[in-house]
Design a protein around this ligand. Sequence first.
Ligand SMILES: C/C=C/C(=O)SCCNC(=O)CCNC(=O)[C@H](O)C(C)(C)COP(=O)(O)OP(=O)(O)OC[C@H]1O[C@@H](n2cnc3c(N)ncnc32)[C@H](O)[C@@H]1OP(=O)(O)O
Ligand SMILES: NC(=O)C1=CN([C@@H]2O[C@H](COP(=O)(O)OP(=O)(O)OC[C@H]3O[C@@H](n4cnc5c(N)ncnc54)[C@H](OP(=O)(O)O)[C@@H]3O)[C@@H](O)[C@H]2O)C=CC1
Length: 432
Amino acid sequence: MPEFYRAAVLLKDEQHMFDGVRVANRNPAKSLHLAEVPTPMPGPGEVLVAAMASSVNYNTVWSAIFEPVPTFAFLEQYARTGGLATRHDQPYHVVGSDLSGIVLRTGPGVRRWRPGQRVVAHCLSVELEDPAGHDDSMLDPQQRIWGFETNFGGLAELALVKANQLMPKPPHLTWEEAAVSGLVNSTAYRQLVSRNGANMRQGDNVLIWGAASGLGSYATQYALAGGAFPICVVSSPRKAEICREMGAEAIIDRSAEDYRFWSGEEGGQNPREWRRFGQRVRELTGGEDVDIVFEHPGRDTFGASVYVARRGGTIVTCASTTGYLHEFDNRYLWMHVKRIIGSHFANYYEAWRANRLIMRGRIHPSLSQTYPLEQVGLAAEVVHGNRHLGKVGVLCLADKEGMGVDAPEFRTRHEAQLNRFRKRPGSTDAAG
Ligand SMILES: C/C=C/C(=O)SCCNC(=O)CCNC(=O)[C@H](O)C(C)(C)COP(=O)(O)OP(=O)(O)OC[C@H]1O[C@@H](n2cnc3c(N)ncnc32)[C@H](O)[C@@H]1OP(=O)(O)O
Ligand SMILES: NC(=O)C1=CN([C@@H]2O[C@H](COP(=O)(O)OP(=O)(O)OC[C@H]3O[C@@H](n4cnc5c(N)ncnc54)[C@H](OP(=O)(O)O)[C@@H]3O)[C@@H](O)[C@H]2O)C=CC1
């Protein structure tokens, strides 16, 4: 067991480095560092994993630009609960909420997992000491996102997780393909499919923002696999093409059509633009409105999302990338009996069901490009700048791409889908 390991860290004494800098101008490459940190030994119910690969999630971007709050506040708050949690409050934060890897050592009481097993991790770290968590673990007051609200995350050579974060690695995938789905796939499953989210049904029209990006690339697949009709919103011809290749027919290029929802009087919302957008949706659906809106951009799109949902429709939201103070016309919500549902990550059961669909080749990772751990800052910068497609992977202990496949024949059947998001040879702009 090494005493130290290499990890992507943020430093507590740099947490105010971007104070006064606009969010768009904060560069994650300036705050994310590669450092050697001491190896934490797994306590009861915990597992130390050799991380072969990980991924950049948007929460890594939030952490690295210290928005909406520096994550050190979460680590201090966790440490205050006492016991082993005190270890999480360090002058550094090892970030990262995904991994594929190999179980290295299990703590006392762990029975399901053994050293040597190939695993992926989901990012729900939950204490389950409160009755609320036993209804749905996302309701536990001590529910945290690993590698964001806890330390010892996945963008590192080793990672500390709770045993109930682990799931089997899909054998047909490479380490880097296996590493990119845990967070977004589970989130999209709960948000769209689960009864805790929008409870999508066959035939539903589902409007999906960012349909060829992180969450959206999985939401589009869930809509198609579940017999629904996705209406995919993207911002480039290349992304539109990928949606078409996935099987979607209704696609809106928001850049080409230049919607300006915030162009109203005195800088407010502009209902004429909501209507123009709704008319476009109706054109694509043969006159129907959408049953479900898969929301996450937040402030920029939320007013339009509420407007375009059908009478009785659902707006299901898990984020506010463009701002969390939303504005919408409540008349369209109450008079047309629509519902807004908040959704956050997924419980272990939902994450397991989502991973099972990857194991069975029904849902595929949307990996587009992979960076070495040394370039994690650049990888996060690309995602922050929306210059990526699908998901961005990071190699940790895997020294090159393409390793870790245990089911080559099954893989061959899905090769086209597994390569769908990959950068084209010669292309310089991944989001092309
Ligand atoms: C899987 C991946 C996911 C993602 O990527 S999600 C995107 C990234 N995540 C985020 O951007 C979220 C980051 N987190 C936050 O911004 C904050 O984390 C929250 C806004 C979620 C919560 O804010 P906070 O200040 O940490 O906690 P409070 O619950 O607001 O508690 C602060 C004080 O307010 C009191 N309080 C809370 N609710 C009520 C209420 N309803 N009535 C009265 N008081 C209330 C509390 O008790 C406490 O008080 P006391 O400081 O004294 O302990
Ligand atoms: N609560 C939870 O459990 C989770 C929350 N999240 C949060 O969800 C958000 C999205 O995550 P993820 O999908 O991984 O991120 P990505 O950056 O991969 O994708 C987001 C996409 O949203 C679209 N988008 C961005 N800005 C706008 C805008 N102004 N109007 C319309 N569309 C826009 C873009 O697609 P395009 O340019 O093609 O339109 C962009 O690529 C983040 O804030 C993240 O923190 C993520 C996972 C879990």
